[in-house]
Design a binder for this molecule. Structure first.
Ligand code: PGA
Length: 247
């Protein structure tokens, strides 16, 4: 079963999430996808109530790199778990760039998430300059190795790696399936080299960046891919339901 992960970013009030779920849920086919909705923190209460521990999972979009205490405005792993989250996105490029999230902080966040029994959706991807200077695969390797530093192989079953080229996010540009496959292969090789061949094969890898109802079926056929991470196109329940139907 493939993952379809929706990243709502800073969109939707709790009321809007409620209305969205009323539209979306009747269109979700049971047992077809592993569907994860990464919601704004303020929408988690209503979503958790409406989803009621069913097939559709909730995820956070970020967590604090400290466990609790003097971090005004932050959300802890423990809070996300208690709010009904099963997943959390870590290291999204918007956080790396806009909020200056460092590799060390990303590594700490992953460890805290795992400690709180949250599955991690780790975002990695090259920017345009790195792509143009052919440093793309090196970038992926560094980002993955820094993020997973100190983890044990058995913890990888709770890690999803989302390949999200920065230049593809929200741009309407998508790599070809061949390009996606090259990156997915490179990601699996990093895991193979650092952990084991079994781990490299087993790690869950999804693609994200400008997926829409039109290109989703094609991207879904990329070899070695275990699913997708969708931003802009998840915001309208009708469009998102179309994607779910078509893949
Ligand atoms: P996009 O966003 O689908 O709007 O490109 C994906 C993401 O940022 O996770």
């Amino acid at each position: 079963m493939k993952y379809i992960i929706a990243n709502f970013k800073m969109n939707q009030t709790p009321q809007e999430t409620k209305e969205y779920l009323i539209r979306l849920l009747p269109k979700v086919e049971e047992g077809k996808h592993k569907l994860v909705l990464c919601l704004p923190a303020t929408s988690m209460g209503v979503a958790s109530f409406m989803l009621n521990g069913g097939e559709v999972s909730i995820g956070g979009q970020n967590l604090c790199d400290e466990e609790e205490g003097k971090c005004t405005g932050e959300i802890s792993g423990k809070m996300l778990k208690n709010a009904g989250c099963e997943f959390v996105i870590v290291g999204h490029s918007e956080r790396r760039v806009k909020f200056k999230e460092t590799a060390r902080s990303i590594n700490k966040k992953i460890k805290i998430a795992l400690k709180n029994r949250l599955k991690v959706i780790l975002c990695v991807g090259e920017n345009l300059a790195e792509r143009n200077t052919l440093k793309m695969l090196e970038t992926l390797k560094v980002q993955i190795e820094e993020a997973l530093k100190g983890l044990y192989e058995n913890e990888l079953e709770n890690i999803i790696i989302a390949y999200e080229p920065v230049w593809a996010i929200g741009s309407g540009k998508v790599p070809t399936n061949k390009e996606i496959e090259t990156s997915v292969k490179a990601i699996r090789k990093v895991i193979t080299d650092d952990f084991s061949a079994k781990a490299g094969e087993a790690i869950t890898v999804v693609y994200g960046g400008s997926i829409d109802a039109k290109n989703a079926p094609t991207i879904n056929r990329a070899k070695g891919l275990n699913g997708m991470l969708i931003g802009g196109s998840c915001l309208d329940a009708g469009t998102f339901a179309t994607i779910l139907r078509e893949v």
